[in-house]
Ligand binder design. Sequence first.
Ligand SMILES: Cc1cc2nc3c(=O)[nH]c(=O)nc-3n(C[C@H](O)[C@H](O)[C@H](O)COP(=O)(O)O)c2cc1C
Length: 414
Amino acid sequence: MNTNDRRSLQGKRILLIIGGGIAAYKSLDLIRRLRERGAEVRVVMTQAAQEFVTPLSAGAIAGGHVYVDLFDWRTEFDIGHIRLARDTNLVVVAPATADLMAKIAGGHADDIASTVLLAIDKPVLLAPAMNPHMWSNAATRRNLAQLVADGVTVVGPNAGEMAEQGEAGIGRMAEPLEIVAAVESRLAARHETAGSLSGRRVLVTAGPTHEAIDPVRYIANRSSGKQGFAIARAAAAAGADVTLVTGPVPLADPPAVTVIRVESAREMLAEVDRALPADVAVFAAAVADWRVAEPGAQKLKKGAGGTPKLDLVENPDILATVAHGKSKRPLLVIGFAAETEHVINNARAKLDRKGCDWIVANDVSPATGIMGGDRNSVHLVTRDGVESWPNEDKQTVADKLIARIAVTLAAAAK
Ligand SMILES: Cc1cc2nc3c(=O)[nH]c(=O)nc-3n(C[C@H](O)[C@H](O)[C@H](O)COP(=O)(O)O)c2cc1C
């Protein structure tokens, strides 16, 4: 361990929930690694987890009581499941079993682990571990997508040999040090932001826009809205009054955010204008550059006339309109640039052209998996230079962006 890392989690309280999988033995080492960095670790174990490791071992390494029973009157009297959820900086679920993921995604609360997870208002980090077939099962994919959309961070699983003989694939739990790194990264971003935007108004756009061809067809793009939703969630967690204007995406409203759902670029501009003034505007939506000049009033029919000719006209440029606005320009206007080549140069040019303050640029070539995926590699382009951030889950990218915004607003207020 690098000596700089030695007390990286000093003063942090981590709640570790151990699920019932073979990888539970690695969670004992995880407790040790967290504690040697200064964290106080409280441990909850599911009933199934106790088939793999004992509360005695976990408690001895954690240096405290292990919570295993929702209805134990002594622990309920002593600390209670709600306080377990409240008095923590972050929850780690390791191993996160397929079953626990399903329960969290479905909002179940039928044992101490799931009840604490439902009561939590702090970041949740999952380290899934399961057989590769369980991991690739459609139900687990669905649950994972729901959890990520809800702002949960996921580390691993990794590819490799399974504990079961002859089984290999994706499903091995991330190693304890990888989990520790994910905890540090998640907490670093979150720590800086807590309450830092209270009293501020933040406007965020997200998702694609749909531009009608006729009443049933439209032009769209592959934007999932996940990054914009994550930014809105992070801004609300930092205490801001947040309005999220989003194109059509199947994501649930983030907590404590005013969500306005629109279809087209022109509707998005109208709602953005209505949501101003704001201190900060983050334009993460992938707004269609063009729309069909004259969408069909009825469904276009195949016929003897050959293929229909679609004349396109340019859509309003929402970012440039707001950034160049005279009366309601936010203090900080941030655009996103999704590029497939010359990412940084194109972003620099966009910064000048649009008149915004920062551009968050990312490479959305299909090979990166960023468009629609859960992770992002961004470059923050400002007038002072370019910062390239590591590949991280979209919620961590959002937390870091909000932390930067808070610092910049605080400096501007001095
Ligand atoms: C030997 C054995 C190993 C298991 N390993 C895993 C595992 O790695 N991941 C998993 O999701 N489930 C695994 N299971 C199944 C879970 O233990 C089972 O779904 C249990 O209900 C999970 O409970 P929990 O989510 O409350 O901890 C295993 C079961 C057995 C018998």
